[in-house]
Design a protein around this ligand. Structure first.
Ligand code: BGC
Length: 736
């Protein structure tokens, strides 16, 4: 008797202890997803596919699945806002490290830096309890007026692809999802909710999609954010072609499609066209602060009602929930992931290292740079951007940092004799959504007096270092609007001209995510592109100016001399034409595939600095490139090798770039397209062999008649050099 009771007890306990499949980590994710899905009620399913607060969506409490938290992105983890409002939650533990903005990352031309970036950011996100970072952004630089170019990776689809993949991988190694944005064709900010982009299939596939495709197929991104704008008259957050056909169909994306905040507009389209998680929708309920506001979302009560009424089965819903559950098992339910850490020294080091590789030395006449601190030079530092904090502002990428070293402080840490003059007043505000820089930038002097004072000091200085450019205010490098002009704002041209008239040793450091007109360029011997670098801005810039770091960044975009040289503007294809009802503005990408340097060659313009350009304090020699064969057949790869030598006296790095030229094609192709690059670090006098492998895909264009990539047999040339306009070596070969 006792024996059978014991047996029964052991049996029942064993049963109770048996884990359900969805909680059993030894089971494959897909089995766990199916099991969890089977256990969920309709209400629970509806709940997990839309937000419950500004940045979170619910898990399933009953099943032990935690709530899901997202956050911006892409350059650091955004401070916490209130549950239902954009204002600060007022936490004291949400100050972060700001990493360099993504244009700077792209300018490193070093995928290792992108990996380090993703890993470091992921660690910060983990500590902050964020399961998805809303980034990185890979919209192609089409116009220098785009207020958000600083958040993206430049004009070239190949460069952006190579950089986005390791960023995504590094981030996701932490069990934190990437949400690659903004998919797709969100290439300017003006009227972003109303723009309907008209673009050829070729340009879509050759220019605007490759970085997204690489993030999905190679980086295995777990999330994609739909863009605000429309394509073929349908919003991208529920666009059948973009989401169902291309992303989920052709590329086999198994993650979640997240709407941009407020980018969802229609239940039926959201249900059918591939949106998986709805965030940020503006409902009356939200602005009125109703307690059940999120029920008003397109994928909430309205969807449930339609299912109940039989308009939809749960087929689409289950498909969405399956993706959300997959996301849970990859992130919140992943017990292997660590706890992360915030503001660690390793993150500051990463930020400084990435910046050091991304700062671009554009011009350096008379080898005026670097300026050795040992010379004890008298330095005059001029410009608001030498002191202004740049991590606050710019829109959703705005941060609350633990520290941000200003350029003038970075220089003062190295040089003894540094005098500062304001020179111009830009924007003295320092607020974004309740975060304040705490800086008082008010100035009593007039614009004329500021110039006069700076000029007087410039007469006494050995070097004048001007920090100018743009900032993160509206209509500068900022979300929501575009820039109003290509020229420098705030009378900076006048200031720089006046300084150059009294001092020959001007170093201009441009702080921005975009190129600007530089009408006085011939009078200024040195120009540095200093980006928005984040926490370590001052130190990283001082590293380059003093020569502690030898610059090795290369431009990820073409620096046009004038706005009209940019194909989109030359063809009057920006910002578009309003329809009669003034609800939609059609923006036709008339330049097709001729974006950036592809346009420079077609229209024979002369940029101030070409795509891929960037100088070093040492010199490099590229040997003659040679191919391992002259004819390739089928999918056979072609290997092209050359020797690179550091011929100067400092250690440094050169980015060797390989562009392909299709000698004769049945369609008009860009003269050359970037298809490989390698950043080579060399000691003085050291040589290294570099080998590039070219495959059939690299020779292909998107054939609109066949709807596929095609490589046409015939003659090709590989052009190898150190920028898009500096070709050192050519290799001819034939595709059979
Ligand atoms: C931006 C996104 C951002 C989201 C959440 C939107 O306005 O376009 O990039 O992730 O807000 O802040």
């Amino acid at each position: 008797m006792i024996c059978s009771v014991l047996m029964l007890l052991t049996f029942t306990m064993g049963q109770a202890q048996q884990r359900p499949i969805y909680l059993d980590e030894s089971q494959p994710i897909e089995k766990r997803v199916d099991d969890a899905l089977r256990r969920m009620t309709l209400d629970e399913k509806i709940a997990v596919i839309h937000a419950q607060s500004k940045f979170s969506s619910p898990g399933v409490k009953r099943l032990g699945l935690p709530d899901f938290w997202t956050d911006d992105g892409p350059h650091g983890v955004r401070p916490d806002v209130l549950w239902d409002e954009w204002e600060q939650a007022g936490q004291t533990n949400d100050s972060c490290v700001a990493f360099p903005a993504l244009t700077c990352l792209a300018a490193t031309w070093n995928p290792q830096m992108a990996l380090l970036y993703g890993q470091s950011l992921g660690e910060e996100a983990l500590y902050r309890g964020k399961n998805m970072i809303l980034g990185p952004g890979v919209n192609i630089f089409r116009t220098p007026l785009n207020g958000r170019n600083f958040e993206y990776m430049g004009e070239d689809p190949y460069l952006a692809s190579r950089m986005v993949v390791p960023y995504v991988q590094g981030l996701q190694q932490n069990g934190v999802a990437a949400c690659v944005k903004h998919y797709a064709l969100n290439n300017d900010e003006e009227y972003r909710h109303q723009v309907n982009v008209i673009v050829s299939d070729r340009a879509l596939h050759e220019i605007y999609l490759p970085a997204f495709k690489a993030a999905v197929t190679e980086g295995k991104a777990w999330g994609i954010m739909g863009a605000y704008n429309l394509y073929k008259d349908q919003h991208n957050c529920h666009n059948a072609i973009m989401l169902n056909q291309i992303l989920k169909g052709d590329w086999g994306f198994d993650g979640v499609v997240v709407s941009d905040w407020g980018g969802c507009h229609d239940t039926d389209e959201a249900v059918r066209n591939g949106l998986d998680m709805e965030f940020g929708t503006w409902t009356d309920g939200l602005t009125m602060g109703a307690t059940n506001a999120y029920d008003n979302y397109y994928l909430a009560a309205a969807y449930k009602k339609a299912i109940k009424e039989g308009k939809y089965t749960t087929r689409e819903l289950d498909e969405k929930v399956r993706r959300v559950l997959r996301l849970f098992f990859r992130t919140t339910m992943n017990r292997q992931r660590g706890y992360g850490f915030l503001c660690s020294e390793s993150h500051y080091e990463a930020a400084r290292k990435i910046a050091g590789e991304g700062i671009v030395l554009l011009k350096n006449e008379r080898q005026i740079l670097p300026i050795s601190p040992a010379q004890q030079p008298r330095l005059l530092v001029v410009g608001e951007n030498a002191v202004k904090m740049m991590t606050v502002g710019g829109g959703s990428s705005s941060l609350k940092v633990q520290r941000e070293i200003s350029p003038v402080d970075g220089l003062r840490a190295i040089y003894n004799n540094v005098v500062y003059e304001r020179g111009y007043v830009g924007d003295i505000g320092g607020q974004y959504n309740g975060v304040s820089t705490g800086q008082d930038l008010t100035e009593k002097r007039t614009a004329e007096d500021l110039i006069t004072d700076a000029v007087a000091m410039a007469r006494e200085a050995d070097y004048v270092i001007v920090f100018g450019g743009l900032n993160k205010s509206d209509h500068q490098d900022c979300e929501g609007h575009d820039r109003l002009e290509y020229g420098l704002p705030y009378m900076q041209d006048r200031l720089i001209e006046a300084l150059a008239a009294v001092n020959k040793n001007i170093i201009y450091v441009n702080i921005s995510g975009n190129p600007v007109a530089l009408p006085w360029l011939k009078d200024v011997p040195a120009v540095i592109q200093g980006w928005f670098i984040g926490s370590e801005a001052g130190e990283a810039l001082a590293d380059v100016i003093s020569g502690k770091v030898n610059p090795s960044g290369k431009l990820p975009f073409t620096w046009a001399a004038a706005l009209n040289d940019v194909p989109a503007h030359r063809l009057d294809a920006y910002p578009g034409v309003w329809r009669k009802d003034h609800k939609v503005i059609d923006e036709e990408y008339k330049e097709g595939v001729f974006v950036g340097y592809r346009g420079v060659e077609k229209y024979k313009t002369r940029p101030l600095f070409p795509f891929g350009h960037g100088l070093s304090y040492t010199t490099f020699k590229l040997g003659k490139a040679q191919a391992d064969k002259s004819v390739i057949t089928g999918d056979e790869p072609l290997r092209i090798s050359l020797t690179v030598t550091n011929t100067g006296s400092r250690a440094g790095a050169e980015v060797v770039q390989l562009y392909l030229h299709d000698v004769k094609a049945s369609v008009e192709r860009p003269y050359k397209e970037l298809k490989a690059f390698d950043k080579v670090f060399l000691q003085p006098g050291e040589s290294r062999d570099v080998t590039f492998t070219i495959n059939r895909q690299a020779l292909s264009f998107y054939d609109e008649t066949q709807h596929q990539w095609t490589a046409e047999p015939g003659a090709f040339e590989a052009l190898i050099g150190t920028s898009s306009s500096h070709v050192a070596s050519k290799v001819k070969f034939t595709l059979k």
